[in-house]
Design a protein around this ligand. Structure first.
Ligand SMILES: [Zn+2]
Length: 125
């Protein structure tokens, strides 16, 4: 059978690839790809931020005019920056760097806006 990693031809009964040593019994389709892991990590991260935001909003309904806003804007900054994980999962190098530049511009801009909001003084409505 052919090795799933280096494509070396191995004997049928071989347990490990004689070239790179990978376990041939491991079905490559059962092993999650690196891009899948990064994307799942991104989704978990966004979900965690979403949960924290919901808790903050439930505990403090006028969050935008209390110190809870600092938590919210900080979460949004992390949320924007975490978008960088998406182009990281692109295999093609040119696409990866083009995607990285676009995401960086967007996420830094959104983070910058939220940082500005952090420094605005609290005021009564
Ligand atoms: Zn191999």
């Amino acid at each position: 059978m052919n090795c799933s990693r280096c494509n070396t031809q191995n004997e049928k009964e071989a347990k490990f690839c004689h070239n790179c040593g990978i376990d041939l019994k491991l079905n490559p389709s059962q092993k999650p790809k690196q891009s899948d892991i990064i994307l799942l990590f991104y989704i978990c991260f966004e979900f965690l931020l979403f949960l924290i935001q919901k808790v903050v909003q439930m505990l403090n309904e006028s969050w935008y005019n209390s110190s809870a806003r600092y938590v919210m804007y900080t979460l949004w900054i992390f949320s924007s920056l975490s978008m960088i994980l998406i182009p990281l999962s692109i295999k093609n190098k040119v696409f990866k760097y083009v995607g990285l530049v676009m995401v960086l511009i967007m996420s830094l801009y959104w983070s910058y806006n939220n940082i500005l909001e952090l420094f605005k003084p609290l005021h009564e409505y």
